[in-house]
Design a protein around this ligand. Structure first.
Ligand code: GLA
Length: 360
């Protein structure tokens, strides 16, 4: 049905707009899973995610002055005239990630085509960042602009998300999807924006289990960012703070929030070392500790995610499991050896680390 619709739409658009049909361009971006280091990026902290072999793919022709896009996963197409003035009011809402990028770029030429994805939507695997990045690549291409660096692309898409959705996200999702390296996780210092690829041993397997849909825009994500900022007013940058100074924060809630960020930065450093040394037992323990801190100190897990994490951890061969991404639903990530049998877990996917967004 979707394919038929997509076919009809492309024919319709071709008849309506294109007598001289321009070349077909394909831009695609992977999603990401974060192995460890959540709710640290927007405080300039450390994260260790990887780009995964699930993609959002945009297939389009250049088209003057408008954006027309049919989605394989959404009932309503996007139809928007350039220049985009207020991406936050675009309907349907999924189109805001597209118009948000066009708004940042202030380009003259748009495109018409379709978008499809193998990422679960609203699943905490960066389907939004993947749509933003494929849009940014497509708009560069149809406007004959040189493709910027991965970091520049990521910063552009992050600004687009802020303006289009109001979610004050960090840089992790966009930078991971843009800068992914096959076979590697990325250690990202979200203050200096330095990206260091860390090889994942061949016999280490990464799984993602989908637990529940969530939307960061309607979650307490922005509230958590604000709480961390308030903690910084008391003790200075959390990325430089030590657990000892966190104890000086007078408010109990802010103290726990800060304790998570400071502890999580340290866990990322230790987990990176463990991964580099192929010490997967330590790596798994740090993943488990990260989950407890996100659950108890940061309060972004859910009982469903806690239960899924517990079940996964009890399986022989599993090194560690934790919620991944912003939380309030979404996915958990499981790291295991080759003997672990996870097939009976509902909604589980084996994911591999891949390279970043590209024009195919
Ligand atoms: C979401 C945001 C990221 C990051 C994570 C939590 O995915 O988009 O910037 O803050 O949550 O680590």
């Amino acid at each position: 049905m979707t394919l038929l619709l997509s076919h009809y739409y492309c024919r319709h658009m071709a008849d309506r707009y294109s007598t001289n049909s321009s070349a077909l361009i394909v831009a695609r971006s992977p999603g990401r899973v974060n192995l460890i280091g959540d709710h640290t990026d927007y405080m300039g902290g450390m994260v260790l995610p990887m780009a995964i072999d699930r993609y959002t793919t945009l297939t389009a022709h250049q088209f003057d002055t408008s954006l027309h896009l049919l989605s394989d996963n959404q009932p309503e197409p996007l139809d928007a005239r350039l220049p985009i003035v207020d991406p936050s009011s675009t309907t349907p809402a999924w189109g805001r990630y597209v118009t948000g990028v066009a708004h940042q770029m202030q380009v003259a030429r748009g495109f018409w085509g379709s978008v499809s994805t193998t990422l679960p939507l609203g699943g905490g695997l960066s389907s939004s960042a993947a749509l933003e990045l494929s849009t940014a690549l497509m708009l560069h291409s149809v406007n004959d602009l040189p493709i910027p660096t991965a970091l520049e692309l990521a910063q552009l898409c992050r600004r687009a998300e802020h303006v289009a959705t109001g979610v004050p996200c960090g840089i992790m999702d966009q930078l991971t999807c843009a800068a992914g390296v096959e076979g590697h996780a990325l250690l990202i210092d979200c203050y200096s924006m330095l990206v260091s690829p860390i090889q994942i041993p061949h016999d280490v397997h990464v799984y993602v289990q989908f637990v529940a849909h969530r939307q960061l825009a309607s979650s307490a994500y922005a509230e958590r960012v604000a709480q961390c900022n308030r903690a910084e007013v008391e003790i200075g940058p959390l990325r430089l703070a030590e657990v000892g100074s966190v104890r000086n924060i007078s408010d109990e809630l802010l103290r726990r929030r800060a304790l998570h960020v400071v502890g999580e930065n340290e866990r990322v450093r230790r987990a990176t070392m463990a991964l580099a040394l192929q010490d997967m037992t330590t790596f798994g323990q740090l993943m488990n500790e990260s989950h407890f801190s996100l659950r108890d100190n940061f309060e972004v897990s859910t009982s469903q995610m806690d239960a899924a994490v517990e079940t996964a951890r009890a399986i022989p061969g599993v090194f560690g499991a934790r919620m991944t991404g912003g939380g309030f639903g979404g996915c958990i990530v499981i790291v295991a050896d080759a003997t672990a049998n996870l097939q009976h877990l509902q909604g589980v996917m084996h994911v591999k680390p891949v390279g970043g967004a590209e024009i195919l």
